[in-house]
Design a protein around this ligand. Sequence first.
Ligand SMILES: Nc1nc2c(c(=O)[nH]1)N[C@H]1C(S)=C(S)[C@@H](COP(=O)(O)O)O[C@H]1N2
Ligand SMILES: [Mo]
Length: 210
Amino acid sequence: MHKGLQRALMNRGALAPEFTREQMSPVFRANGTRDPGTPAYAAMVADGFASYRLQVGGLVDRPLSLSLAQLASMPSRSQITRHDCVEGWSAIGQWQGPMLGTVLKAAGMRQSARYVVFTCADLYNGEPYYESIDTIDAFHPQTILALKMNGARLTVPHGAPVRLRVERQLGYKHAKYVTGITAVSDLKSIGKGKGGYWEDNVDYDWYAGI
Ligand SMILES: Nc1nc2c(c(=O)[nH]1)N[C@H]1C(S)=C(S)[C@@H](COP(=O)(O)O)O[C@H]1N2
Ligand SMILES: [Mo]
């Protein structure tokens, strides 16, 4: 086996570096969609996301529809990590929320699932933003559904009320405005078949490991 490939495969479970409070960036820019701006999303903003539900489905034994309060009551993880965007900027911020693995276990994700797809509330350049990761990243301890950033509820520009943090991957994999999580065995029938907005429309790599 190619040495680099072998190293990449072996390191999939390694943790991304974590930082101290002192190392946090004074400014963390928002990128891509800064407000989904649809009537459905505006209605959720207006009610403080009381009507928000995260739908968890696909290859699961127990489909879930979780309120923000239910997500907030799950055991959570807090981590200070560096976000790296392919457009050439990075920022260090603190993220907190339940581990994605906890949610997938609660839903009884089946063995046949190989990928987890994230549906988002926004359109980007008129196309639905979505992303996907494999089950290795889905159960990585630093893969969380962030409800908080830098100690406060997520703001609209940063993906309120729920955004993915998948710390071993580049910025575009970190889906904001997540409304649905679907366990699937194949990505071909999702979107245009390449597993994400950027993968489908701009030919970015599906695997964006760092
Ligand atoms: N739903 C959604 N998620 C998204 C995007 C987007 O436009 N829509 N942009 C991505 C990109 S390219 C980056 S770098 C990060 C930016 O996250 P931030 O706005 O919190 O900095 O979100 C990612 N997730
Ligand atoms: Mo990005």
